[in-house]
Write a protein that binds this ligand. Structure first.
Ligand code: WT7
Length: 644
């Protein structure tokens, strides 16, 4: 990469202000090693993980696309995250700094984490949880949620974390698909000065034998709100922990044994249970955390993601702990009690590395630069972004007002399925391009394909794909092999289809443009249009529904629903409110439609497929694309009239 020395400005390159010989050398060495021999690169990286027994074959593609990594290697994730740090001074190092919404703070050293995780692992064993069983975790952001994840991995059980903002119905669906045996939850959580009814939601999910696989429910006391405890089923976390034994031998796992399940939205109504395995995931996440964030031993790292999403798994729990890092975990929201909550936390703990999402940055922009300006942010050294494309304006604001033109920004592209970051700049890059995720991480081969499956030329757009398997890739979709094959591997032979669109700019850098399938990205949260549509049609007034994501200044995309009503029903404001509430109760507040339009018909192709693309163009006020395949072109005019 040649040196670029242009003045900083939107859409132009920005000099990497933190560039130094150390990071430059690291980037060059990593890229050189990977370019020379991709497998040797990952073999080298695997040495940073502790193995009970080393693997004897790095990679197997004989049953593609069921790829395997680090064959016959034996290891334990929890051992790697905790135990191996205990033999050095790190045992007294803070692993987790928890900042509660009430202003309460708790520090857990590696030794503390070891003790808590071992005890909980013994509790789970005592409740009959065995290797291969699934434990559901439904919680807000509290240290116990992390302890629970690690306790599962210690005994070889899979965790299935369900985002705390999901509704009872969504929780029930995820528990039943995974046949979770135990549910770990809390009485409640704090958010914006209110309590969130976690146990109440869990009870709703479990009521009337709604989740027959669940044998026990472990309840963490966080808010102290009154919650009914069902005798024989519900147990208090604190009581179980009081009696628990202090040591639990980690289970020796095979590299290809499952590590966890994480449900994510796809293009059909049913969420996908993404399955990750132990060896490849740990190697991928360890490596990317270390090099993309330029993590140094004395750093304080803060990722604002929730553990309910993959970012929380890979870069709040596993990545930092595998590296023996200190991370901040925060509960609540960025604007409560005031809009400087983040900057108070950065100042309070001297945060060096800060990883957040574009939607948050745009919100912070709107609140104004006086908030960060009044806090000491001089500890910050590196910034990073994830979740959706970052618009160059937001990038520049982040760079100027948070990084104060001293910190490079890593725009990291990846997905629940990829497990680890795949496309990103490196801290050692000589220049940064605002808005571009830029380059494949060393050892990763991301590319942009045209419809024929050929790499596009500079300046062209296409499908974002990955042409070579990578260690932390998903291994399958739980209970749904067919969908694993058809979703990711059908369109282009041998290449992983991400579902995102991307372009190559004139210098061949990758710019991710967003989802090109029926998935919406609202504030960095991924929601399938089909899930929202199937919630809407449960209402007695609704005949058909089509949901689209339209451009939104803060959220990236906002949900718009087009609904046709059954005979005898009229579209009214009350009905709109009812329908929005229905979606919230079926999925969660994150899926609440921004607007709902009633229409007499939906645009369909002759084969009866709803043309969401046209609806999106109408909603965004764009010139309509090709309408020749429409069954009845008149429908469009009638929708436009109602819309306007
Ligand atoms: C989708 C994956 C991976 C962590 C958070 C979301 C979008 C993610 C970027 C980025 C442009 C991005 C994509 C992707 N996305 N990071 N840096 N630039 N888009 O995980 O819920 O699995 O969603 O988030 O559309 O497919 P997820």
């Amino acid at each position: 990469m040649e040196d670029k020395k242009k003045a900083p400005g939107i859409y132009e390159d920005v000099l990497n202000p933190a560039l130094n010989e150390r990071v430059k050398k690291t980037a060059e060495e990593l890229r050189a090693l990977a370019a020379q021999d991709r497998e040797a690169f990952w073999a080298e990286m695997s040495k940073n993980i502790s193995w009970y027994k080393e693997w004897n074959k790095i990679f197997d593609d004989s049953k593609a696309p069921y790829y395997k990594w680090f064959l016959d290697g034996k290891l334990n994730a929890c051992y790697n995250c905790i135990d191996r740090h205990l033999s050095s001074w790190r045992r007294n190092k803070a692993a987790i700094i928890f900042e509660g919404e009430l202003g309460d703070s708790r520090v857990l050293t590696y030794q503390d984490l070891y003790r808590e995780v071992n005890k909980l692992a013994n509790v789970l064993k005592g409740l009959g949880v065995k290797r291969g069983d699934v434990v559901a975790i439904y919680s807000q952001m509290i240290p116990e949620a992390v302890i629970a994840m690690l306790a599962c991995t210690r005994i070889g059980a899979l965790h299935s974390v369900v985002f705390g903002g999901f509704s009872a119905t969504a929780l029930q669906e995820r528990i039943n698909d995974s046949k979770s045996k135990v549910l770990i939850t809390a009485d409640g959580g704090y958010r914006r000065g209110k309590t969130v009814p976690m146990k109440e939601n869990a009870d709703k999910a479990l009521a009337d034998n709604g989740c027959p696989s669940i044998e026990k429910v472990i309840v963490v006391k966080r808010t102290g709100q009154d919650v009914p405890m069902e005798p024989g089923r519900d147990l208090w976390y604190s009581e179980l922990m009081e009696e628990a034994e202090l040591h639990c031998e980690p289970e020796v796992m095979d590299a290809e044994d499952p590590l966890f399940l994480l449900y994510s939205s796809g293009t059909t109504g049913k969420p996908k249970g993404i399955l990750h395995t132990v060896g490849g995931y740990l190697v991928g996440v360890h490596t990317t955390f270390k090099y993309i964030f330029d993590y140094q031993e004395e750093d304080v790292y803060w990722c604002t993601a929730d553990i309910g999403w993959i970012t929380g798994h890979s870069y709040l729990v596993y990545g930092p702990l595998l590296n023996g890092a200190t991370s901040v975990i925060f509960e609540g929201a960025p604007d409560f009690p005031a809009q400087d909550r983040y900057w108070r936390i950065v100042e309070k703990y001297g945060v060096n590395i800060f990883y957040t999402a574009p939607t948050v940055i745009r919100m912070l922009m709107r609140w104004g630069e006086q908030w960060p300006a009044s806090r000491d942010l001089s500890s910050l050294r590196l910034l990073a972004s994830v979740g959706e494309p970052i618009n160059p304006e937001a990038w520049m604001w982040f760079y100027k007002h948070i990084g104060r033109e001293r910190c490079p920004i890593m725009d990291t592209w990846w997905q629940s399925e990829t497990g680890m970051i795949l496309v990103t700049p490196l801290p050692g890059d000589t220049y940064l391009r605002p808005g571009a995720a830029s380059w494949s991480f060393p050892g990763v081969e991301a590319d942009v394909f045209n419809e024929k499956g050929e790499p596009v030329k500079p300046g062209e757009e296409g499908f974002l794909v990955v042409t070579k398997p990578w260690p932390a890739m998903l291994r399958t979709l739980y209970n749904d092999e067919e969908r694993y094959l058809s979703t990711y591997w059908q369109q282009f032979k041998g290449a992983y289809l991400s579902g995102d669109g991307a372009k190559r700019d004139e210098d061949n850098l990758i710019w991710v443009t967003g989802r090109i399938d029926d998935v919406i990205n609202v504030s960095g949260h991924r929601i399938g249009t089909a899930e929202i549509e199937s919630s809407l049609i449960e209402h007695k007034a609704v005949a058909e529904a089509a949901v689209i994501g339209k451009k939104h200044e803060l959220k990236g995309q906002a949900i718009s629903a087009f609904v046709t009503l059954r005979d005898g029903f009229d579209g009214s404001d009350e009905l709109i409110a009812e329908l929005k509430q229905l979606v919230v109760s079926k999925i969660g507040a994150l899926a609440r439609p921004e607007d709902i339009y009633f229409t007499s018909e939906l645009p369909k192709t002759r084969s009866g497929k709803i043309m969401r693309r046209l609806l999106r163009d109408i909603a965004e006020g764009k010139v309509l694309g090709d309408t020749t395949t429409l069954m009845d072109p008149a429908v469009i005019n009638s929708i436009k009239k109602q819309y306007g």
